[in-house]
Design a protein around this ligand. Structure first.
Ligand SMILES: [Zn+2]
Ligand SMILES: [Zn+2]
Ligand SMILES: [Zn+2]
Length: 267
């Protein structure tokens, strides 16, 4: 299984339009962050993405995506959903299954209402089938398990990805709290990619510290931060992660603790 970070930024993306701050003006390419999304490639050729944000087309072209077996949505905020129309070239042969919780799919049908209406011929529409997430979804040798988490007051989903014969990865973006039963569902993944917005606490997102503490509690061997805002450069966040490891020595068994960057591959 190979995971590719398609985007690692918060809802504004980085650079933020019109922003003159040091991070938005940075020449370090790791400080350029499109909206958060993950591309999953299974060993047997299974292909899926988690979330289709506004830059989905650019991300798909950049990553060389030529087919998808499924789209797994975390929630319906614009930065995670609004590129969905651009799956059109990927569902010409057969409809594409889109998985999400009930609220997310309701919002999807509202925002993309034209997809579900009779319209004149010639207007290309994505051929999607919405499927409410409940039981784990099997695609080839990959199993996608929905993980209920809180995003402020919202109930959203993280996704655990398991490949037969391999360790697991979990993707938890836009999370502010992981309910106890979800810790049980997740278990001890090899890789935990967790949203950490910034150093300061926030009502609807984990801070860096809170995200890393969640990763440590999951006993993930590799903890990665994503969904990052422009408060800190990649370098500064990497330094924050190193300090966390020193503070948590013994309590955090992770070998890798770092922020991700767009285009990063995690195998
Ligand atoms: Zn978001
Ligand atoms: Zn900025
Ligand atoms: Zn959100």
């Amino acid at each position: 299984m190979r995971l590719m970070i398609l985007g690692s930024g918060t809802s504004y993306g980085i650079p933020v339009i019109g922003c003159q701050c040091a991070v938005c003006q940075s020449s370090d390419l790791r400080d350029r962050r499109m909206r958060s999304s993950l591309y999953i490639q299974g060993a047997r050729g299974e292909l899926a993405v988690i979330d289709t944000g506004p830059e989905f087309r650019l991300q798909a072209v950049g990553a060389g995506i030529t087919a998808l077996d499924g789209v797994f949505l975390t929630h319906s905020h614009a930065d995670h959903l609004h590129g969905l129309d651009d799956v059109r070239p990927l569902c010409r042969e057969r409809p594409l299954s889109v998985y999400g919780n009930r609220q997310t799919l309701e919002d999807l049908r509202d925002r993309f209402s034209y997809v579900f209406k009779e319209t004149q011929k010639g207007g290309g529409k994505p051929r999607i089938i919405t499927r409410e997430a409940g039981e784990p979804v099997v695609i080839g040798a990959l199993v996608f398990t929905p993980i209920p988490v809180k995003h402020g007051a919202l109930d959203i989903l993280g996704w655990k990805i398991r490949e037969a014969g391999n360790r697991e990865a979990v993707y938890l973006t836009d999370t502010s709290m992981i309910p106890e039963p979800s810790f049980g569902l997740i278990g001890q993944p090899e890789v935990a990619i967790i949203g950490g917005l910034r150093a300061l606490e926030h009502e609807t997102h984990f801070s860096f510290q809170q995200a890393l503490e969640a990763g440590a509690r999951l006993k993930a061997r590799r903890i990665y931060l994503t969904h990052i805002c422009h408060d800190h450069s990649h370098r500064e966040i990497a330094a924050f992660c190193r300090r966390f490891c020193v503070q948590f020595k013994g309590a955090c068994p992770a070998e890798v603790v770092e922020p991700v960057w767009d285009g990063q591959i995690i195998s």
